[in-house]
Ligand binder design. Sequence first.
Ligand SMILES: [Zn+2]
Ligand SMILES: [Zn+2]
Length: 261
Amino acid sequence: MQFYGDYHIHTRRSDGRQSEEQAILAALERGLKEIALTDHGPLAAGIGVKNPQVYLELKERIEDMQPLYPDLTILVGVEANIRDLQGTLDVPPEVLDQMDIVIAGLHPYTLPTSMQDGMGIFVQNSLRHLSRAQREKAINANTKATIEAIYNNPQLDILSHPGLFFNVDMEEVARACVKQEVLFEINCGHEHPDVSDIIIAEREGVSFIVNSDAHFTETVGRLRYGSEIIDALEIEPERIANALDGGGHIRWAKKHRAFTF
Ligand SMILES: [Zn+2]
Ligand SMILES: [Zn+2]
């Protein structure tokens, strides 16, 4: 399968190793028609943007640059961190409202909103190898945080790498994505989720998006992991939001007006 765009790319404003210009040129070289620059939210230690204002500055800058690149639509968004069991994100709603695209996911070393949430999600996960009971507790906490994030953030477009770093109940998470029309990401940079979880999500009826999660120019638009799995499982193109052919975008575009394809 070929893809229209890549909607999960990091720049130097968070932990990427590329400027926005470099990411844009790489996307053009790969023949993409649309990209989204989606830097990490500010509260994941060591990898996030300095503050949410950074997104607004980048958005302005891209608006100025866009006319220079008529063959590529450049969107600006965020990859926010889920901070607690209520699904609170680390980018305020008033900033999310101004973004072209909003991604969220669980990430290690995120500053929780309270000690209790810190214990429930982030510490519990570091203990998960200890016993079956600890493991189940961690899965329940991760699943709850993820589902609440899906239900409580109407701006959310994409759930990034479901289950990466933090095991979840994939059926429950997939069902929430279907209900709230949140796209279930196949993340090619992390080669995640694995095939068995993609099969579960497919059965639940999710719409997928295939992204690179590129931090380097070399990986912008590198979507082979998703392409191979989709082909092998024979998932219909209309289920893939960024499929180049087959109308995957049509259902999605009703909700997400920012997307031009
Ligand atoms: Zn991520
Ligand atoms: Zn990412």
